[in-house]
Design a protein around this ligand. Structure first.
Ligand code: ARG
Length: 499
């Protein structure tokens, strides 16, 4: 009985169709999730009287041996490069050795049969692959969210450290990519931290919603056994069983929320990557690219290229693709399970791998960044970036803002024509545009005053930025704490207890 469904068929499968429809080459990576979910289900059916206590123990021991056995078999054929390689390193060999396995569910059943004989065939009592894949994918996405959250924390911390190291450095800010007003370098870095904090809460929200257990849903209408669904749910660290079997076996919104949250995160990351790429050009000259994260040109000896940020910009495109692919696959699917859903796994895996890759290099790159504070400051002091502060000065003298804007505009024009900044103009010249200009004008347009006049929550005044930086560090500590408590739930999952 090599197939899971051979009884009603008389003809063998067309060989091309058979190999083409298999999902094992892709879903083999769900092996840990499938084993954990199988152990949880074994406990539920034991409680329902399908397995005796002895059978349950044998079944759980067998399930614990499934991964070691697969690794042993693979190691006989091909040793991975490193001695302490984990399951991932063996997966290609495991896949190659098991061409008879249709999918991960079939594979585990075949292995378990090798280990404990026909008792293995009792495991499928009261369950369906439709609920299994929905469960495995929820477990996978839950771990991928936790890994992403922890990578994001690391990157947030790197950005905050870079901000702390940048002290009171200033830079020009840009709108339309034209110099606008001076800002603290920290203020600019914290803009990204703010984006990442929202990305983290989006992922956390998705995690909270997905954390329900489909096991017990059967293929569509619910298990045909009176299962206590809380047993599997508790064993797998879910908050409870899903409320509707048709929904649970066929909806993939938890995966969509994950890929879509990564799509937004990818867009944020690509903006950072683009800015750094730009800032490292000779034209901007705001930073020296760290050599450890740059490459040269095989043709032009002088080059140091921003490959890391460019590649990240490109990888963020894959994240957009994954979200769109999955949405397109699930669009218009009638209730409940449809085989199309099998095709929805790859974009989820690709998105998880892509973000893991990006976050494996981005914090280190960020920590290695060194700004050229002098170049940034010079750029912030040239080009009338204090014009708005100048107009504000006039409004404090009672001039309506529209008129103040006009008068400072005329001063800027004079500056442009004579090659001078606003602070190089004489008081007499300024008075020609408005008698409200006084001696104190020059103090109100220094670089410091130009920063400090933005004294609002969220503004770039130095004291506000200092508070914002402290807030960002505090939130990293709180988020680390709450993620650590989630991770301990994951560890509990690895030791599913015998009830
Ligand atoms: N490999 C399948 C998937 O990934 C498992 C569920 C198959 N269910 C079925 N009725 N054919 O979706």
């Amino acid at each position: 009985m090599s197939k899971m469904w051979s009884g009603r068929f008389r003809e063998p499968l067309d060989p091309a169709f058979e190999s083409w429809q298999r999902s094992f080459p892709c879903d083999a990576r769900l092996l840990p999730q499938e084993v954990a979910a199988s152990k949880a289900h074994a406990q539920a059916i034991a409680a329902a009287g399908i397995l005796t206590e002895t059978e349950l123990v044998k079944m759980l021991e067998g399930l614990d041996r499934v991964i070691p056995l697969a690794i042993e078999e693979a190691a006989k054929v091909a040793k991975p490069a490193s001695e302490d390689a984990g399951l991932d390193a063996y997966l290609p060999t495991i896949i190659a050795l098991n061409s008879q396995a249709e999918d991960i569910h079939h594979f585990v059943e075949l292995q378990l049969t090798k280990l404990i004989g026909d008792l293995a065939l009792k495991l499928h009592t009261g369950r369906s692959r439709n609920e299994q894949i929905a469960t495995d994918m929820r477990l996978f996405v839950r771990d991928a969210i936790d890994d992403t959250l922890s990578g994001l924390l690391d990157w947030r911390e790197a950005l905050v450290e870079l901000a702390q190291a940048s002290g009171d450095a200033v830079m020009p800010s840009y709108t339309h990519l034209q110099r606008a007003e001076p800002v603290m370098v920290t203020h600019w870095l914290l803009a990204y931290v703010a984006m990442l904090e929202r990305d983290s809460t989006r992922l956390m929200d998705a995690r909270n919603r997905l954390n329900l257990c489909p096991l017990g849903s059967g293929p569509i209408a619910g298990a045909t056994l009176a299962l206590d669904r809380t047993i599997a749910s508790d064993a797998l660290g879910f908050d409870g069983p899903t409320p509707n079997s048709m929904d649970a076996t066929s909806d993939r919104d938890f995966a969509l929320e994950f890929t879509q949250a990564l799509s937004v995160l990818g867009l944020h990351i690509s903006r950072f990557a683009e800015e750094l790429t730009l800032h490292s050009t000779a034209e901007f000259g705001f930073l020296d690219l760290p050599e450890r994260f740059s490459t040269g040109s095989s043709a032009m000896p002088q080059k140091k290229n921003p490959d890391l940020t460019e590649l990240i910009r490109g990888k963020s495109g894959r994240l957009q693709g994954a979200a769109l692919t999955l949405a397109t696959i699930v669009k218009g699917l009638p209730l409940a399970y449809n085989k199309d859903l099998q095709e929805g796994q790859e974009p989820v895996f690709d998105a998880a791998d892509t973000i893991a890759g990006i976050l494996s290099v981005l914090p280190g790159f960020t920590r290695a960044l060194r700004f050229r504070a002098d170049v940034m400051k010079a750029a912030a002091e040239k080009g009338y970036l204090n014009a708005m502060a100048a107009a504000q000065y006039l409004t404090y003298k009672g001039v309506p803002f529209r008129k103040a804007h006009e008068k400072v505009g005329q001063a800027v024009r004079l500056g442009l024509e004579t090659g001078r900044e606003l602070n190089d103009l004489t008081l007499d010249e300024l008075r020609g545009f408005g008698e409200e200009f006084g001696e104190d004008f020059f103090d109100s347009i220094t670089l410091e005053a130009t920063l400090d006049c933005h004294d609002v929550v969220g503004g770039t005044a130095r004291s506000r930025v200092k508070d914002a930086l402290e807030g960002a560090s505090r939130r990293i500590a709180t988020d680390r704490h709450s993620l650590a408590s989630k991770k301990s739930a994951k560890l509990a999952l690895e030791r599913v207890p015998v009830v």
